[in-house]
Design a protein around this ligand. Structure first.
Ligand code: PSU
Ligand code: MN
Length: 312
């Protein structure tokens, strides 16, 4: 006789675990905004990152939406984190997970912070439509030789989510990044701007294809984009508030030094973005950190307003 196997799990579906307030909000059709954890774990220095996590969630709540910070903890993909879980995300040593790493982290029961790509994938799987971050990953300078193109771009082309960001970091090849977004059929909207923002700077020097001036327009565009059958996400690019913009000369100097440092130290792959951000924070005496915090907070606020509009 075959021994009786009490429960054989055949389904391989892994769905993200929702926090109670995120689950309740989604069930009621209320506004939810996903927040990314790589910017906390690898983009901001500890312990400032922990306060930032709370500030971003508070900014979302202040504008009428429920925040859902996304990460993988003990192999469980989570959408909506408790204070203890945010402590873990902001502590030392968390892996940086892009989409390709999600199955590995789940299969091996690891912890990890999610990038824009991985956050978008998990948020969309949970039914969250709006997501706020700082800057998208993109095509790196010298990508013709290094082939360094962030998986964020492919993820956006295939994931139905609205990403509110301040453009892409000026450390990237902005023109090439915009081209790849076009190839991926990802609409790019400037929020109250005609210029694609450059993260630390309000203007990357490249125009945006379209401009919108209020959250209702974003909601109308999103509904039409999806209604017409597109599977792609949408980029809503908002420049950093003018008062928080990094000084232009300081920015250009740090960028040139930072790129030289990368080459000198042979930094590649997923370490490139965190290393450059850290170089900016150290080299600007904290000015770039203030800029970074201000822009992410403004994006969380705008994302909440868009999510509220979409929940109507
Ligand atoms: N925006 C920030 N800080 C960050 C990042 C974005 O303000 O740290 C992160 C995001 O998680 C983004 C990642 O997905 O950088 C891009 O990394 P890569 O270039 O290795 O794909
Ligand atoms: Mn890369």
């Amino acid at each position: 006789m075959m021994p009786h196997v009490p429960h054989t799990v055949r389904s391989t579906a892994v769905s993200p675990e929702l926090s109670a307030d995120v689950a309740a909000a989604l069930a009621d059709g209320r506004a939810v905004v996903a927040l990314e954890s790589t910017l906390l774990a690898h983009g901001l220095p500890a312990p400032r990152n922990r306060a930032a996590a709370d500030e971003l969630e508070a900014a979302v709540r202040a504008h009428g939406a429920v925040p859902a910070t996304v990460a993988v903890l003990d192999g469980v993909p989570r959408v909506g984190l408790s204070p203890d879980e945010l402590d873990r995300v902001c502590g030392a040593g968390l892996a940086k997970l892009s989409v390709r790493d999600l199955g590995v982290a789940v299969g091996l029961r690891r912890d990890g912070a999610t990038t824009v790509a991985a956050t978008a994938a998990l948020a969309a799987a949970a039914g969250v439509v709006v997501f706020a971050t700082g800057g998208l990953g993109g095509v790196h300078r010298g990508a013709r030789e290094s082939w360094d193109v962030s998986a964020d771009l492919a993820a956006l082309a295939g994931t139905g989510i609205v990403v509110v960001c301040s453009g892409v970091k000026s450390i990237l090849d902005v023109a090439a990044t915009l081209e790849v977004l076009e190839t991926g059929s990802v609409p790019v909207l400037g929020y109250r701007t005609d210029s694609f923002p450059g993260f630390y700077r309000r203007d990357s020097g490249h125009p945006v294809p379209w401009r919108v001036d209020d959250p209702a327009q974003v909601a109308a565009v999103w509904r039409a984009h999806r209604g017409l059958g597109s599977a792609a996400g949408l980029v809503l690019a908002q420049p950093v508030p003018a008062a928080d913009e990094l000084d232009g000369a300081l920015h250009d100097r740090l960028l040139a030094d930072g790129l030289a440092l990368l080459a000198e130290r042979g930094i590649t792959g997923k370490d490139v973005t965190p290393a450059l951000l850290e170089h900016f924070h150290a080299g600007s005496g904290g000015a770039s950190l203030a800029t970074n915090l201000a822009l992410v907070k403004a994006n969380a606020e705008l994302a909440a307003r868009v999510a509220v509009e979409l929940s109507r």
